[in-house]
Design a protein around this ligand. Structure first.
Ligand SMILES: N[C@@H](CCC(=O)N[C@@H](CS)C(=O)NCC(=O)O)C(=O)O
Length: 217
């Protein structure tokens, strides 16, 4: 199966990228620089009319978007990679968390990072950014609480044995917290955990290829 992953450094496309690297699934990386607004180019919009990464193109023809959909697709096609545990309850609970990251935490950060997508006017943007930052701070606390619960149960990562999609999304969201200038001292347990995820085989390579390893030093 030929796979092309359209990604931008540090974006949520890091989740499928880290999955692919961790499972040693060969794929071609296609850079879409959000910084240079390449997601809005007519060529990219033909691929994904939403103008967003990630996009996974399968065998140069089938186009799949959305982190959760791509994750489930890879899990199905590469069962030996153990992207999710086989146990359906454990898998469903991980998907539950993945979806919450995607539909709640992620859009909250988007309101901070890209306020112009939601409101016009400088004053409105400033207000929205401030509120979104506050909300994001609370969500980060919730994520840290979940990590603490895992640790109390003797589990290092959200996924059993080794970091998986939920851990890669947690790492991405935590890195965004630092971009929102929320000091890591406010979430020391989460930060330590994320640094462990960052050094795991596969995730490390994905961060290195995206040029963002320094974020976790
Ligand atoms: N729900 C979507 C979210 C995708 C998304 O927000 N991607 C961001 C990067 S993290 C993006 O490409 N933003 C560019 C833009 O919206 O202009 C998914 O799971 O793929």
């Amino acid at each position: 199966m030929k796979l092309d992953l359209y990604y931008s450094p540090g974006a949520c496309s890091l989740v499928p990228h880290a999955i692919l690297q961790s499972a040693e699934i060969p794929c071609n990386l296609k850079l879409v620089s959000l910084r240079n607004h390449e997601q809005n180019s007519p060529e990219f919009k033909q691929l994904n009319p939403n103008g967003q990464v990630p996009v996974l193109v399968i065998n140069s023809s089938d186009v799949l978007t959305q982190v959760v959909a791509i994750t489930l697709f890879l899990d199905h096609h590469f069962p030996n990679a153990q992207i999710f545990p086989n146990d359906i309850w454990k898998k469903a609970k991980l998907v539950e968390l993945l979806v919450w990251f995607n539909n709640t935490c992620h859009p909250t950060f988007t309101r901070y990072y890209r306020p112009e997508k939601f409101v016009d006017g400088d004053a409105q943007k400033t207000d929205l950014k401030a509120k979104a930052r506050q909300d994001y701070q609370q969500l980060i606390v919730q994520i840290e609480n979940k990590v603490q619960i895992n640790q109390a149960n003797g589990q290092v990562f959200f996924h059993p044995y080794k970091p998986g999609p939920v851990d890669f999304y947690a790492l991405t969201l935590t890195r965004w917290a630092t971009m929102a200038k929320i000091p890591t001292t406010e979430f020391p347990v989460l930060w330590e955990y994320v640094r462990q995820v960052a050094t795991a085989p596969g995730c490390y390579q994905a961060l290195e290829k995206e040029g963002i390893l320094d974020s976790f030093k």
